[in-house]
Ligand binder design. Structure first.
Ligand SMILES: [Mg+2]
Length: 378
């Protein structure tokens, strides 16, 4: 195949701080462009340092993955079943090259899915046979002062659910202030930032405030504490950092009620689809999440979102500018699946009208002022 990688540094719309330290000002992502068998595909590899990936590892791993896929020969682009078998074989070949590296694998897996679906002349969800009806996405707000978080929540009030990042000292005050301005379900994500004491203290307050679920309260491998909290909690505990790939699911049975699946953790469309199906078999509820990806990664995830109970696909909405066009939210905050072949995504010519501007009100000047004082000390 012909392969090209393009590293993009994209400023975020608002600082996006979480309990674990990560760059809260800009997203760095790798766009994958491939040509094979007379078709083209666009993919995205978003490296997350927490999972051991950087631009450097992605740039080193993807060519090795491409070599393994090339050894399979060209994909059959005449018949859907044969094409799906080839895509599954490509994922298996990538898995044999290296473990983990979910972002790098997702980059090539997404591009291959786009290429095959384009070659067959069908939208990706049609190729996969996934439900066209998908739940609406929530909108995520990073850690900040309680007043700033509440102002951002008020601006995003059109979203049917909000995900509020927690794990700071002001969690309860923040959630009280958000609840005062927003009536819908609130999803809380502590990104491993709580102790048993803080969780026990907060739990009755979260129930009182109408919180819908609690995501990753404790460190990824602290299964005993996760189980302890789930046993006390009427709210589902959802793992994210604990559930990186399908291989992580079995040990979470009887520990938590739900798992967050992300293409950039498990390795793309094919692995995410298999992980979601396996999670359902094991009795978990399923969230489908994302990193701060462009529309390329979000469109790939949207193609499998019909299998999720909760959709958290807002990465491209958190970017100040998305360099791709073709993906739109409908008025109920559901991603519109494409009618065109593949992902339905193209590189934008000129400036893209930001989808998010139809859904998140512009910040009044007193809200944008504190941006200068934000630091990345999460
Ligand atoms: Mg999370």
């Amino acid at each position: 195949m012909n392969l090209s990688l393009d590293v993009l540094h994209l400023p975020l719309r608002d600082p996006f701080r979480i309990a674990r330290h990560e760059d809260d000002r800009q997203a760095t992502t790798v766009i994958v462009d491939i040509e094979m068998a007379g078709s083209r595909g666009l993919g995205e590899a978003y490296p997350t340092a927490y999972y051991g990936e950087t631009v450097g590892t992605v740039a080193a791993v993807i060519p090795a993955l491409a070599e393994a896929v090339d050894a399979l020969g060209d994909p059959p682009l005449k018949e859907r079943e044969a094409a799906l078998l080839w895509l599954a074989a490509a994922d298996a070949a990538m898995a044999r090259v290296v473990g983990r590296n979910g972002g790098a694998k997702a980059g090539l897996d997404i591009a291959l899915h786009d290429l095959v679906a384009r070659g067959l002349g069908m939208p990706l969800h049609e190729l996969l046979g996934t439900p066209a009806e998908i739940p609406p996405t929530d909108f995520s707000i990073g850690i900040d002062t309680p007043d700033v978080v509440a102002q951002r929540a008020a601006r995003a009030a059109r979203f049917p659910a909000l995900k509020i990042k927690c794990g700071g000292p002001d969690d309860l005050e923040t959630l009280e202030k958000v609840r005062a301005v927003y009536g819908g379900p609130i999803r809380v994500d502590a990104n491993t930032g709580w102790t048993a004491d803080s969780a026990e203290r907060l739990l009755p307050e979260l129930i009182r405030l109408g919180v819908e679920l609690i995501e990753q309260p404790f460190p990824a491998t602290d299964f005993a504490r996760l189980r302890w909290l789930q046993e006390r909690s009427s709210l589902p505990i959802v793992t994210d950092e604990s559930s990186e790939t399908e291989a992580d699911l079995e040990r979470l049975v009887g520990v938590v009620a739900a798992v967050n699946v992300k293409l950039m953790k498990c390795g793309g469309v094919g692995p995410a689809l298999r992980m979601m199906r396996r999670a359902r078999e094991l009795g978990f509820k399923v969230m489908l999440g994302c990193m701060e990806e462009t529309s390329v990664g979000i469109a790939a995830a949207a193609a499998v979102a019909g299998l999720a109970d909760w959709v958290d696909l807002d990465g491209n909405l958190l970017l100040a500018d998305d360099p791709f066009s073709g993906l739109e939210l409908d008025e109920t905050c559901r991603w519109v699946l494409p009618r065109t072949p593949g992902l339905g995504i193209e590189r934008a010519r000129g400036r893209v009208e930001k989808t998010v501007d139809n859904f998140v009100d512009e910040a009044p000047s007193e809200v944008s002022a504190p941006r200068r004082t934000m630091t990345g000390t999460g």
